[in-house]
Design a protein around this ligand. Structure first.
Ligand code: PRP
Ligand code: URA
Length: 242
């Protein structure tokens, strides 16, 4: 079926009337229960506008991508299990709170996914991080697996899989296949992603309905070279080399 178009909506806080709010293109809606798209707040849309622009230099691309990645990690952590946990405050009163339950690790799909490791470390100080090197063939867009190095006990952990771009979905699907081959069940994988295409989401989430996806934005589609459009170009090149 034809991919949906991104809706153009008024963006801004509720205390403003619709006529006072600016208009921006927001994420395409997604039908999968397993997919969470970050709230399309003015802050997120402004950050995405910076990293999408071809005129943004590498320093700003890194700084503003990191801010979006931090939002993704914070949301991702909300999907991990918690247990009741009561603490005593300095004034001697009890507070009925929560504590995270279970061990986690990050797994980045190299190279672009490595850009998301710092954001994860900022929230989870000594988190273990594994790597999977998958490269998309520039001619065919098909992924090739070159290397992986994962924590030995990964089957006992929740896995935060990191890749900023989900285009055809081939690379992310290959990475989940590697994780599953090491004994990680689908429902313990959270895929954190900055920008997805509708086709990529459809492909990935049909194949893995139990893998949760947290993305900042689902874009309009793919061009003839399977680049996301309007997109932001090649994330890895812009973050690491340009
Ligand atoms: C990019 C991106 C994803 C993949 C997405 O990586 O970071 O891993 O392409 O495309 P897909 O959904 O069609 O598979 P690339 O292979 O270009 O390598 P890089 O991370 O070194 O830039
Ligand atoms: N990888 C990227 O970095 N950008 C795209 O648009 C597609 C794949």
């Amino acid at each position: 079926s034809e991919p949906k178009r991104s809706p153009i909506k008024c963006v801004g806080p509720d205390y403003r009337s619709e006529s006072q709010k600016p208009i921006a293109t927001v994420s395409v809606p997604v039908d999968f229960d397993s997919v969470t798209v970050l709230p399309q707040t003015p802050q997120l849309i402004a950050l995405l506008s910076i990293i999408r622009s071809k005129d943004t230099n590498r320093g700003d691309f890194i700084f503003y991508s990191n801010r979006i990645i931090r939002l993704l990690v914070e949301e991702g952590l909300n999907h991990l299990p918690t247990v009741e946990h009561t603490v005593t405050t300095p004034v001697g009163r009890a507070y009925n709170g929560l504590a995270f339950q279970g061990k986690i690790c990050g797994v980045s799909i190299m190279r672009a996914g490595e850009a998301m490791e710092q954001g994860l470390r900022e929230c989870c100080r000594s988190v273990r991080i594994g790597k999977i090197l998958i490269q998309r063939d520039e001619e065919t867009s098909r992924p090739r697996l070159f290397y992986d190095k994962l924590p030995e006990d990964i089957a006992d952990r929740w896995v935060l899989l990191l890749d900023p771009m989900l285009a055809t979905g081939g690379s992310a699907i290959m990475a989940v296949d590697v994780l599953k081959s090491r004994g990680v069940p689908e429902d313990r994988i959270l895929f954190l992603n900055v920008l997805a295409s509708p086709q990529g989401i459809q492909h990935f989430s049909t194949k893995f309905p139990n893998v949760r996806v947290i993305t900042a934005f689902v874009d309009e589609g793919l061009d003839e070279k399977n680049y996301i459009i309007p997109g932001l170009g090649d994330f890895g090149d812009r973050y690491y080399t340009r």
